[in-house]
Design a protein around this ligand. Structure first.
Ligand SMILES: C[S@@+](CC[C@H](N)C(=O)[O-])C[C@H]1O[C@@H](n2cnc3c(N)ncnc32)[C@H](O)[C@@H]1O
Length: 219
C-alpha cells in the first residue's frame, strides 16, 4: 500500500467525524451511536445518508445549504472518506459525519426511524449481480429498518440499466411513490437538489458524454 494512503488511514483515526468499526466489534458490542446520533450532533435534526459516497461530494454540498439537517456519508474506502472528513473539519461543517463500512451492514449503525433521507450516488451498477445493486429489494429492505415513514430516496446514476431496473422492476413492487424520474437529467426542465452538485464520478461520466439519470421516491 502507498505511503500516501497509509498516511490518510492514520489521519482518519484522529478525525472526530469519521466512524469505523470492525465486523467483530459490531457483532460483539454493536455500534455505540446506534439510535443515539443526536448525542454526536448535539441536536435532533433529521439525518440524510449518502451511500457509496466516495469523497462525500453530495454529503458536503447538501450540508452547506442545510445547516438544519445532519448528513452522513458511507463508503468502504478509507482514502476517499479522508477527503470528505478533512473538508468537513476544515470548513467547518459540524452537521457532517462519515462511516467507513460495507453498506450491507448499514442497518447496524441506525435505530428504527433514525434516518429520513437517502442519496445513492453513482454506485456500482452490478450488471451481473442484481442482488448486489444498492436499489435491489434486499437493500431496500435493509434501509427500511432505519428509515422513518415518508422518507425520501434518491438515485443518481450514469447506468441506464440500473435506472430502468430500479424504476421498472423494483419500485413498482415496493410500497412507495415515485416523485420524479428522468433518463437525462441535464436535458430535463428540473431545478432541484439532483442538480446541486456534480460528484467526482459524475464529472467523469459527463466528460464521456453519458446522460445522467435520476429517480426520487418516497416510502
Ligand atoms: C463509482 S464510486 C462513486 C463515488 C461517489 N458517490 C461519486 O459519485 O463520486 C462508488 C463508491 O461506492 C463504494 N462502494 C461500492 N460498494 C460498496 C459497499 N458494498 N459498501 C460500501 N461502499 C461501497 C466504493 O468504495 C466507491 O467509493
Amino acid at each position: 500500500m502507498g505511503h500516501h494512503k497509509l498516511k490518510r488511514f492514520a489521519e482518519n483515526l484522529t478525525f472526530g467525524n469519521l466512524f469505523q468499526v470492525g465486523f467483530e466489534q459490531l457483532e460483539q458490542e454493536g455500534f455505540a451511536l446506534r439510535g443515539r446520533w443526536h448525542e454526536h450532533f448535539g441536536n435532533d435534526n433529521p439525518i440524510t445518508l449518502e451511500l457509496g459516497c466516495g469523497k462525500g461530494d453530495y454529503t458536503l454540498a447538501l450540508a452547506r445549504i442545510h445547516p438544519e439537517r445532519n448528513f452522513i456519508g458511507v463508503d468502504i474506502k478509507g482514502a476517499r472518506l479522508w477527503r470528505g472528513a478533512k473538508t468537513a473539519i476544515e470548513e467547518p461543517l459540524p452537521n457532517v459525519a462519515f462511516i467507513r463500512t460495507r453498506i450491507e451492514l448499514i442497518d447496524r449503525f441506525f435505530g428504527p426511524g433514525e434516518v429520513s433521507e437517502v442519496w445513492v450516488t453513482f454506485c456500482d451498477p452490478q450488471p451481473k449481480k442484481p442482488g448486489k445493486r444498492l436499489t435491489s429489494p434486499r437493500f431496500l429492505a435493509t434501509y427500511r429498518r432505519f428509515l422513518a415513514t415518508g422518507s425520501t430516496l434518491h438515485l443518481k446514476t450514469d447506468s441506464q440499466e440500473l435506472y430502468e431496473y430500479t424504476l421498472n422492476e423494483v419500485l413498482p413492487n415496493e410500497e412507495c411513490t415515485v416523485l420524479f424520474s428522468t433518463a437525462d437529467l441535464y436535458n430535463t426542465p428540473y431545478e432541484g437538489e439532483a442538480k446541486l452538485t456534480q460528484t467526482f464520478y459524475e464529472r467523469m461520466f459527463l466528460a464521456e458524454g453519458k446522460p445522467i439519470t435520476y429517480i426520487q421516491w418516497k416510502i
